[in-house]
Design a protein around this ligand. Structure first.
Ligand code: URA
Ligand code: SF4
Length: 207
């Protein structure tokens, strides 16, 4: 990926008025982190704090997400964090179908440029969108969370995994252990898919 292609995409999102959400937002929230990340976390849409700051996952749910990312030995700056929809829906309502259709080409392009080895869908809205875009059937979080699916998403071969939205675990504390367990599966997947494959080969490997 050329860095100018990436910056142009981010600038396009910041200037976008393709859907009605542009009328309500204070700041668009394109995403944050490393555009060369091996792992991408995708939520639903910005909330109040995200709208105020222009940064994804910086409120209460974001604090939990940051802790979960650190619990698997990664830093926020090493991964890429974004949402299906880049502007906050008024009163945090669910994004509407036409808003998702207007906005999703940005997410598609982000995935195509980052080419992450692993994509984590946070919550059922992101999960439904990502699974269906990969031609996989989405049932429900209870039966699908923590499972790793081989997917080709917008031409990118990746491992797709869904888990509960961190905000759901704050609201229903009994989901918290399941969310933590999914992250420990993610840690194993990460070391299998990323850490091992990108380890420099030692000369001994050739003998
Ligand atoms: N919830 C989301 O889905 N995304 C954010 O960025 C913050 C809260
Ligand atoms: Fe544009 Fe997406 Fe914001 Fe709608 S939600 S204005 S499509 S960036």
């Amino acid at each position: 990926m050329s860095s100018s292609e990436w910056s142009k995409l981010i600038d396009d999102i910041k200037r976008c008025s393709k859907c009605r959400l542009s009328k309500y937002r204070r700041n668009p929230v394109p995403g944050e982190g490393n555009p060369h990340a091996k792992i991408m976390f995708i939520g639903e849409a910005p909330g109040a704090r995200e709208d105020a700051t222009g940064r994804p996952f910086v409120g209460a749910a974001g604090k939990l997400l940051t802790q979960l990312i650190e619990s698997i030995g990664l830093k926020r700056e090493e991964v890429y964090i974004t949402n299906v929809v880049k502007c906050r829906p008024p009163n945090n309502r669910d994004p509407e179908e036409d808003e998702i259709s207007a906005c999703s080409p940005y997410l598609t392009k982000q995935i195509q440029l980052i080419k992450p080895a692993i994509i984590v869908a946070l919550g059922r809205h992101a999960a439904k969108f990502l699974f269906e875009s990969a031609g996989l059937k989405w049932r429900n979080m209870g039966s699908m969370h923590g499972r790793v699916f081989d997917a080709v998403l917008f031409g990118v071969k990746t491992k797709l995994i869904a888990t509960y939205h961190p905000a759901a675990a704050l609201y229903y504390p009994k989901l918290r252990p399941e969310l933590e367990e999914d992250f420990s599966k993610l840690k194993k997947l990460y070391s299998r898919e990323v850490a091992v494959k990108s380890k420099p080969r030692s000369l001994l490997d050739f003998f």
